[in-house]
Each structure stands twice: as structure tokens, then as C-alpha cells.
Design a protein around this ligand. Sequence first.
Ligand SMILES: [Mn+2]
Length: 321
Amino acid sequence: MSFSEAAGFIREHGRFLITSHVNPDGDGIGAMMGLDWVLRKLGKQSVMVLESPPPEIFGFLAGYSRICSMEGAGDMSPFDIAILVDSPTMERVGRAVELIAPNAAVLNVDHHISNKYFGQVNLVEPTFSSSAEMIYKLALELGLTPDRDCAEYLYTGMIIDTGRFRFSNTSPATLLTAAALVQAGVRPDKVSEGIYDAKTLETTRALGRFIDSIQIHLGGRAAVGAFEHDFIASEEYRHVETEGFVNHALSIRGVEVAAFLKEVEQGKTRASLRSRGGIDVNRLASVFGGGGHTRAAGCTIMAPLDEARQKLLEQMAKGMD
Ligand SMILES: [Mn+2]
């Protein structure tokens, strides 16, 4: 499916729901907001809804309050037209799926290699760094050049998914798009400060806790850090944003694969996985029903923390020679 077909889908409809996966990262948020800007520029109606309130850390983006949660959506009726961004499956949007009418026309815009092609129109491009980078190309396809606000949304998505242009998904095209966004008025220092230098004290303390929790396994090739359920359920944790924590485990010399485990509910452990190349964490995550990208993926393991760690390490060992 091409960008022109996705553009055609947008042109032929008038009122859209935009949503993304639960616990959205900066790419989910940036791509949603960029797409919302595009639709409104075209004179369309657009509503952004996520299962839960969006992470506060992206609150510096102009118009951020346009994003509502399912709770904030109240008794909004289901939409006939929906666009999912950065979500590999329909289920990943969580309860926001209730706002998509059963017979709705769905456009699926995503760059996850694990994408399940669930839409009527599927624009799935795993070679793109981020969904935000895809939205930039889609905007051009629709004859629009992002203004500074829109450029900031898309730039935010791109720096999150490329780790500030450090990861292997940073292609020449990624950097050319980033250059165009800076040309459009993005201040890289301002965006970077907004995301990386505006942490809550609880987040910085939690990073220390995460780093302390790291254990090395599989002869030094795997690093696993974890938060127990008690901490996750605490009042303090409500002010913690864990985006990027797992990379501290991956940055240890000799480590090829890293995991951040969170026992989100008793007996239910969420795993964020990162790899430097040798191990395909999309495949690793898929063993547990998750997915993502070759070097960044996630899954939920239906087991308490210690058991989840053991299961994961067994699968990691299988992926090594
Ligand atoms: Mn993404």
C-alpha cells in the first residue's frame, strides 16, 4: 500500500478518529498530533483519543490538550472512520477500540515489522525510523508542508524512536526529514530539553533504582533490570516516566540484549526489550505474544517477576549461538 493510497483514504472522508497504542511513546503522540494537524489543515474534523491520559512529559507540545483519554471522551459515539498510528495491532489501542464502529473504515499507519495489516488501507513501512517520519511523507503527499508546530510533533516522534538519531533506524532519509523539520522552525535544543531535561524528581530517582536492579546474565551478553509490583503500585511511581531506562542496561560493555521488566499487576509482567543487532527482539517478544522492531520490542508475560525473568532468559539463550 502506498502513500498515495493512504492520501486517497484521507481525501475521501470527512471526520476521523485518530488513536495509537496504549502507553504511547513520543512517536505515537507525535505521529497522532502531526496527523491531526494535517487533517485539520485539509478542513477535516479530527478527534484524538487514547485509552489513558497521555504522558505529561510531552505536554510542551502546542495543542497537547487536544488529546483526550477514554475517560475524557465521555459518551462520544463510535467513529465510522479511524486512523491508527504506530500500533501493530487493533488490540494494542486498548479500550480506545470502543470508539471504532464495528464496520468502520480503518487506515493503519505504522512502521512496526510485527504489524498485522488490520486496516482497510495499510500503510506499513518498517524501513521508516518512526511513524512520525511516515506522517511527514504523507503530509507532503497531501500537498502540505508542516508549520513549526507540526514539525515539532514529528521531530519529537523521530528523536524518541531513533534515540536522538543514534539507532540503526536512522537512515539518510530520516536525517533529511529531520533537516526539513528544523528548517520549518523546530528548535532541536528546545525539543530535547522538553523531553530529556524536564524529568520529575521521582523519574530521576527511579532511574537510579532501575540501574541498581540490573543483573547480568548469559555470560555477560544479557542485562535485565526490573521493578517489582510494590513499587509500580506506589504513590511515588505515579510521577515516574520510564521511557529510555532500558537503554542504560543495553549500554553496558558486552551486553547484546537488554530487558526492563515491570510487574504491572500481580502475576503479569511487562517486558521492554532492546538489542544491538545479533538478537532479534521482535522474534523474542513474539514468543510471548508481543512484537515491535528487530532492535526494540515489547511483550507481556503472564507470570510474576522472577518467573517472567527465567522464561525470558531461556528464550534469550535460544536466540544466541
Ligand atoms: Mn514508533
